[in-house]
Design a protein around this ligand. Structure first.
Ligand code: CP3
Length: 344
């Protein structure tokens, strides 16, 4: 089915458009009362993720409520470690936890990978197909995956962390094993994204949420080559790479075969454009905390951001929207972008 609003896809492909498209990372979730209502009557987050009709419903909620230019399939990056054989649980107010973490070569050896892992995630592809049907072409559907390094972080650390020092220790003490693990994650991510595309997603984003804990050299060694492989092998839809905190790697991203480079809020848009060069579209990068401000201040900040990017830009935040963000602020963000006709 053809898209009625294909602004995101045309922008990602580098076409000239009247205004930047707008969506928010983590737009499907606790900022919406409709989401909290569904979540409250379920046993937990995993029930929501693994029930296609519910996942489709919460995917579409932000399109209805916020009027964004894209939907992002409701799921989590942690389904890949799970499909590889490492179960996770999501503990209320704490976050994800993996009862078993990767410590040894024998464990890495045992992990399921590639198509064998990706094929286990039938509920994700069912959710994609159902969402596409229910969206009926209103807006594009974004598919996503964690980047190999960020997924390794959870598989080795066992949960969230300020420093990810256990995951980093693994790189220093077991570099060969780390590469073997990254390799297996990479084949799984490639197969997964291909199956999501087959099921109907129109564009994909790779989240490297913990890029910023690595040194520049570690990022070149343990993260970038795997992202490059994914981008080389996943074709047919545009690709967005968002590596939070990898400010040092902007020049390298210019050379990765992706269409869009996501920026966190620490980047100055003009400087980022100079460093990435003219070929990539940029996405971002309003500080998520800006949405706690009053509506006039938000409007001004969004206008300034759009002016600094000056086109070839997808409006978004510099990271996922925080769950306690007032809906008023989120709506002001979206509205201000949509009101801006870009002077090219
Ligand atoms: O963007 C969207 O609206 C789609 C849904 C989505 C979720 N997780 C749903 C979710 C996406 C794209 C993700 C990606 C994700 N998951 C990332 C990368 C993006 C980023 O923020 O850096 C990461 C690091 C995770 C891992 C994860 N999942 C954490 C750390 C947590 C707990 C913290 C939190 O936000 O509550 C989750 C759980 C999770 N994933 C929730 C949602 C809506 C909260 C579950 C709930 O209580 O309802």
């Amino acid at each position: 089915m053809s898209l009625q609003n294909d602004l995101l896809i045309r922008t990602a492909r580098g076409e000239e458009v009247q205004r930047p498209p707008v969506w928010l990372m983590r737009q499907a979730g606790r900022i919406l009362p409709q989401y909290r209502a569904i979540r409250a009557r379920l046993s937990g987050f995993k029930e929501l993720v693994s029930t296609p009709s519910l996942a489709a419903e919460v995917t579409i909620q932000p399109v209805d409520e916020l009027d964004v230019d894209a939907a992002i399939i409701f799921s989590d990056i942690l389904v890949i470690p799970e499909a590889m054989g490492l179960d996770y649980e999501l503990i209320e107010k704490v976050g994800p936890r993996f009862p078993e973490t990767i410590r040894s070569a024998a464990q890495v050896e045992e992990l399921i990978e590639g198509n064998d892992a990706a094929e286990r995630l039938t509920y994700v592809y069912d959710a994609v197909r159902l969402t596409k049907k229910e969206l009926a072409g209103r807006v594009p559907l974004i598919g996503f995956s964690g980047a190999p390094w960020t997924l390794l972080c959870y598989m080795v650390e066992g949960g969230g962390s300020k420093t990810f020092s256990k995951a980093k220790r693994f790189l220093y003490q077991e570099p060969v094993l780390a590469h073997q693990l990254l390799e297996k994650i990479t084949t799984s991510v490639i197969a997964y994204l291909k199956l999501k595309i087959q099921a109907g997603v129109d564009i994909v984003q790779i989240f490297d949420s913990w890029a910023g804990v690595l040194t520049p050299v570690q990022y070149q060694t343990f993260a970038l080559p795997y992202i490059r492989r994914i981008c080389e092998e996943v074709q047919s839809v545009p690709k967005i790479v968002f590596a939070k905190g990898a400010w040092h790697a902007l020049e390298e991203f210019a050379d990765v075969p992706c269409d869009v480079v996501g920026l966190d809020w620490t980047h100055d848009p003009t400087e980022a454009r100079e460093r990435v060069g003219p070929d990539k579209v940029l996405q971002g990068n309003l500080d998520p905390c800006q949405l706690y401000a009053n509506v006039e201040d938000i409007e001004r900040a969004v206008q300034e951001m759009l002016t600094s990017f000056a086109g070839r830009h997808i409006a978004n935040l510099g990271h996922g929207v925080y769950p306690d963000t007032p809906l008023e602020g989120v709506k002001a963000f979206v509205r201000t972008v949509k009101e801006m006709e870009l002077i090219l």
